[in-house]
Design a protein around this ligand. Structure first.
Ligand code: SF4
Length: 237
């Protein structure tokens, strides 16, 4: 006779930095935004260096995330849902896959806010599973991309190609700074980088310095000191 003593699989668990319960800019409608901990990029203009350490934040199991999502359901309306932001959500793609499936099983719309900088089978599966991708364009030129993020652009290019192939709906997001990506040539390169994607919306976000205090608190150097907010003309694509 077979024994029934098999241990149950561990509950999927995410490392979470923080939450925003009534997010109005990270996807359609009102959203529960889950900011995940851990990011392999080091963007010049990052406002959230406190999300970088993958071992930081709090371990949150699926059951807790579902409890929060269910509690928010009356406020989400027909258009809203859950957005996983960061940090970089693709870093936790394996744990996110069953969590997105569980949220879908309860009828929640799920968006993933990502730079696309990690190309793994789990990352691709997660992008395929999500309803909407908020796709951050860091820099269209490979050399500038490395200067801005500290990473090679090659995985990002492959993820963009994957999203072109699947035609997953995307909202493009790009931080724009004077002295970084405000020139006509940079704008043309951005338009070329997003060509062929199923773009439903483009948000060009003006650079600001509100995160600089966090660097001081963490004892980290701030690399964006040469940047400044763009003019309205520079901000327009
Ligand atoms: S991807 Fe986001 S969290 Fe990571 S360094 Fe860049 S701006 Fe910061």
């Amino acid at each position: 006779m077979l024994s029934s003593s098999a241990t149950p699989a561990p509950e999927p668990t995410l490392r979470v930095h923080s939450y925003e319960s009534f997010g109005a800019v990270d996807g359609p409608g009102i959203r529960l935004v889950v900011f995940l901990q851990g990011c392999p990029l080091r963007c010049l203009f990052c406002h959230n260096p406190d999300t970088w350490d993958p071992a930081g934040g709090t371990a949150v199991p699926l059951s807790e995330l579902l409890r929060r999502a269910r509690r928010m359901r009356p406020y989400l309306g027909n258009d809203g849902g859950i957005t996983f932001s960061g940090g970089e959500p693709l870093l936790q793609a394996e744990a996110l896959l069953p969590i997105v499936a569980a949220l879908h099983a309860e009828g929640f719309h799920v968006a993933i806010d990502t730079s696309g900088a990690l190309d793994t089978p789990a990352a691709r599966a997660l992008l395929d599973a999500a309803d909407l991708i908020l796709l951050d364009v860091k820099a269209p030129d490979p050399d500038r991309f490395r200067e801005v993020t500290g990473l090679s652009q090659a995985p990002t290019q492959r993820i963009f190609a994957h999203l072109r192939q699947t035609q997953k709906p995307v909202w493009i997001r790009q931080v724009v700074a004077h002295g970084l990506n405000d020139t006509p040539a940079e704008k043309a390169a951005t338009r070329e980088m997003i060509a062929g994607l199923n773009v439903q919306r483009i948000d060009r976000l003006p650079y600001h310095e509100l995160g600089v205090m966090k660097y001081e608190a963490l004892g980290l150097p701030y690399r964006g000191a040469t940047l400044s907010p763009p003019s309205p003309e520079e901000l327009a694509l």
